[in-house]
Design a protein around this ligand. Structure first.
Ligand code: 5GP
Ligand code: MG
Length: 180
């Protein structure tokens, strides 16, 4: 595939991502076995990953979304997250939740949301990310499930944006305009 001029390097091709998701689904089925769980996906970044993931999971799955903003057009975490939308507590009460996000960086987003969902009555919250950055996290959180590790560089594509662009790329890459 010819890389578009705005992508400096492709880290994971569309095929590699799909293979990673198949492997991840195997781990999920092994962990949950016949226990019911419901998926909560963090928009917008996890939209594409979630769409592919849930279609490889068993049929009677429930899906909810949380909307957060954290990056505010920057290439670094802004240090605070804003929850723009959270489903009603009835969606979490007594349930096993699989919280799905695109990428674990400082850990602030997922640790905050994990606490919020538990406060709303979930019996368990496991975390699942497409990418785990190799960084020193500000929050002591490790994902229960991950597809891939990435170095501490800013990546785009497959749902991940740079100032709201590039979410549509079928692969994950490093934008040329990123500062490494
Ligand atoms: P954290 O709260 O763990 O610092 O950051 C998690 C959120 O920051 C992710 O859900 C994602 O939206 C955003 N983020 C972190 N690293 C990157 C990156 O390399 N590229 C993009 N596009 N977003 C990132
Ligand atoms: Mg995000």
């Amino acid at each position: 595939m010819v890389e578009p001029s705005y992508v400096g390097e492709v880290l994971f091709t569309a095929e590699e991502i799909q293979a990673g998701i198949r492997r991840l689904c195997g781990e999920l089925m092994h962990t949950y076995k016949d226990k019911k769980f419901s998926v909560v996906s963090v928009l917008k970044g996890a939209a594409v990953f979630t769409a592919d993931l849930i279609r490889q999971l068993p049929g009677d799955l429930k899906l909810n979304f949380i909307v957060v903003s954290s990056y505010h057009r920057e290439q670094r975490s802004s240090g605070s997250i804003t929850v723009e939308y959270m489903p009603p507590s009835a969606e979490f009460a007594g349930q096993r939740i699989l919280l799905v996000d695109d990428i674990l960086d400082t850990g602030m987003t997922l640790s905050h949301l994990q606490k919020e969902i538990l406060l709303r009555g979930a019996r368990e919250v496991k975390t699942c990310v497409l990418l785990e950055k190799r960084v020193t996290r500000t929050q002591p959180i490790r994902p229960d499930f991950r597809c891939f590790f990435v170095d501490n560089i800013f990546v785009v594509g497959y749902g991940l944006d740079l100032a709201e662009r590039y979410r549509n790329l079928p692969f994950i890459g490093v934008p040329r305009e990123a500062t490494r």
